[in-house]
Design a protein around this ligand. Structure first.
Ligand SMILES: [Zn+2]
Length: 266
């Protein structure tokens, strides 16, 4: 077997094991990261609510101070009304009183707006908090389950990852890129064994002979021409399936499918 081919087969076998380990975790990693993202967004929203509520509090306090201040002025002008000696002075004070009253009204209206905004924000905050608590609970449960499964598979995953690193270190970048490219496009299976179906023939003396028949790709199960099969067996260069593009190899243990074997091909 050419050097690179045997290494790629080894790599594929380790990757198949890692794939099985990944399957144990199921879609938990995606669920956990999805929930974490949603929770992060909720936390940002809650922070925005809290910040704005704090600003509103300050703005209402300022408005109250201003109203008190202006009410003081109003009272002062009203007291002065009793002391005026001319119409002109009276009119001037009346204008001042009207102005200050108008400003107080403006502040009261502003306060009403702030209170309304505060009410809406508190309502929103309540919703976010409920959502947060609910999601956080689900996240914790999923995280615990994922951690449990990770713990269970850690030993095997570490072993296979180590093996993988060692194999990868010995493969040239060109072949590795090719392997990764096909694996990505073909459900993690870049190199697969070719299968050859054998039929049984019994002669008059009762001797059984196995006659080689059609062969197929172990990935897409489509036909592999006889000429190609010969080349695959010769192992002098990398051969790929013309249908799915996966690399093909002859596996001494599994490629021959005898009549009694359970696997159905083609
Ligand atoms: Zn194929």
């Amino acid at each position: 077997m050419i050097h690179e081919l045997s290494k790629l087969v080894k790599l594929q076998k380790v990757d198949n094991q890692l794939f099985e380990i990944k399957k144990i975790k199921g879609d938990l990693p995606q669920i956990v990261s999805g929930l974490q993202e949603e929770i992060d967004i909720l936390q940002v929203r809650l922070k925005k609510c809290a910040d704005r509520l704090q600003e509103i509090k300050v703005e209402i306090d300022e408005a109250n101070l201003d109203i008190n201040d202006k009410k003081g002025h109003q009272k002062k002008y009203e007291d002065q009304l009793y002391l005026v000696t001319s119409n002109k002075e009276y009119d001037a004070l009346t204008v001042e009183i009207d102005t200050v009253k108008h400003k107080i009204n403006e502040q009261e209206y502003r306060k009403l707006e702030l209170e309304r905004e505060k009410k809406d924000l508190l309502e929103k905050e309540k919703g976010y908090k409920l959502d947060f608590e609910e999601k956080d609970k689900v996240l914790t449960e999923h995280k615990e389950e994922l951690e449990k499964r990770e713990k269970e598979t850690l030993e095997a995953a570490t072993k296979f990852n180590k093996e993988r690193d060692a194999i990868v270190a010995g493969i040239s970048q060109r072949f590795l890129n090719e392997y990764e490219r096909i694996a990505k496009a073909r459900d993690g299976k870049a190199i697969v064994p070719v299968n050859q179906l054998f039929t049984e023939k019994v002669d008059k003396k009762g001797n059984i002979e196995y006659i080689p028949g059609a062969s197929s790709c172990g990935g897409c199960h489509k036909s592999v021409p006889a000429q190609k099969l010969m080349e695959i067996k010769r192992e002098t260069r990398l051969i790929r399936c013309e249908f799915c593009g996966r690399l093909l190899y002859w596996d001494e243990n599994t490629s021959e499918i005898l009549p009694n074997d359970e696997e159905v091909i083609i």
